[in-house]
Design a protein around this ligand. Structure first.
Ligand code: FES
Length: 234
């Protein structure tokens, strides 16, 4: 996702904001350090290597803030109008990659901030093969109180108590090399509240001061299965 693309998106957002349903403040992308997504051996991750339906985890924009990287296996909706709990409005631009199927989202649930830890995760993406009677297919489902998000439409809330979409992680795809980069966020960040609520746990899992350290240069990607000992599937 290039900055010039955001100029177009912001202009579109401004047009939407003029409508009565979007009278609140327009939100702009927040750019952090550009970080290349790499594998567990620090080799550049290739978009074509991402298995459709797999839950991948990386950390961005801080060392202790987990994110989902998903290949949805189908093109995403583009320019989805979304709104945060505080009333901020923004346009989610869509996925990246050759068929725009690759998306990134903060894995911190927008309800009570359940998130994947090395020990356990209550939140994950379910495709058709892993959905249950409770979780709809092709959604990110949080088993804590059953908030459900649509990753093909900016992680808008489909059901449950979450008051806003998951914060989107802005990705860039280099068509020449097939490399992926995280460059920023869009939507309702919850990082400050997250650090305040889970400070003790984050120190245990990531080390003192490490969780709040900003990612730069590279960020490793692994599967949720490798990152986390136990996945709760409701
Ligand atoms: S923390 Fe995810 S639904 Fe409550």
């Amino acid at each position: 996702m290039q900055r010039r693309e955001f100029i177009r998106i912001c202009a579109a957002t401004a047009a939407i904001s003029a409508q009565p349903a979007f009278s609140a403040a327009e939100m702009k992308p927040r750019f952090y350090a550009r970080a290349q997504l790499v594998d567990d051996r620090k080799r550049p991750l290739k978009a074509a290597k991402l298995a459709a339906g797999e839950n991948y985890i990386f950390h961005y924009p801080f060392e202790g803030t987990p994110c989902f990287l998903l290949n949805l296996g189908r093109p995403t909706v583009q320019n989805v109008a979304l709104k945060t709990e505080a009333g901020g409005v923004y346009l989610w631009p869509g996925g990246v990659g050759t068929d725009r199927a690759i998306v990134g989202y903060s894995a911190i649930c927008a309800h009570r901030m359940s998130y994947p830890t090395p020990q356990i995760s209550f939140i994950s993406y379910r495709d058709r093969s892993t959905a249950s009677k409770i979780s709809r297919p092709n959604t990110i489902h949080c088993c804590s109180e059953h908030s459900e998000y649509d990753p093909a439409a900016g992680a808008r809330v489909l059901s449950g108590p979450a008051p806003q979409p998951l914060s989107a992680i802005l990705l860039e795809h280099d068509r020449a090399t097939d490399a992926l980069y995280a460059v920023g966020t869009l939507g309702g960040e919850m990082f400050n509240a997250f650090f305040d609520k889970f400070e003790f746990k984050l120190v245990l899992d990531y080390g003192a001061d490490q969780a709040r350290r900003r990612v730069s240069g590279q960020t490793p990607v692994t599967t949720l299965q490798s990152f986390c000992k136990q996945q709760v599937k409701c």
